[in-house]
Design a protein around this ligand. Structure first.
Ligand code: 5GP
Ligand code: ZN
Length: 114
């Protein structure tokens, strides 16, 4: 999608610090990190939010979680633990309209959310 911030990050129009990439997904550091490790994982296909997931396209979510587990081991935060967050819609706190999962690690993240 031409005016989508994260689509522009995927195609390199907007620079980002890459954490991981394959043919289906892209992961990059959040510009405003909330933990020592804070990156975002996004599908290369434009999906506007978790609300747009269905059986037809939800396989990408399994791929994202499996990749995050692999990255946790490779990047050294598997033992400490981590949190994967998806914000959906206005009340969910979503500010960018391209499906993304936050990966937070490196400190105790705390619960419940604010
Ligand atoms: P949301 O609030 O939609 O769940 O998360 C959007 C996230 O995208 C925020 O954590 C915000 O810091 C991050 N973000 C917004 N614009 C940019 C950008 O241009 N580059 C990067 N790397 N992250 C961004
Ligand atoms: Zn997009």
């Amino acid at each position: 999608m031409t005016d989508c911030l994260f689509c522009k990050i995927i195609n390199g129009e907007i620079p980002s610090q890459k954490v991981y990439e394959d043919d289906k997904i892209y992961a990059f550091n959040d510009i405003d990190p909330q933990a020592p490790v804070h990156f975002l994982v996004i599908p290369k296909e434009h999906i506007s939010s978790a609300l747009e997931l269905s059986d037809a396209n939800a396989g990408i979510v399994a791929h994202i979680f499996a990749t995050v587990a692999k990255l946790a081991r490779e990047m050294g935060f598997a033992d400490g633990g981590y949190r994967v967050v998806n914000n959906c819609g206005a009340d969910g706190g979503q500010t960018v309209g391209h499906l993304h999962f936050h990966v937070l690690a490196g400190r105790n993240i705390g619960w419940p959310p604010g």
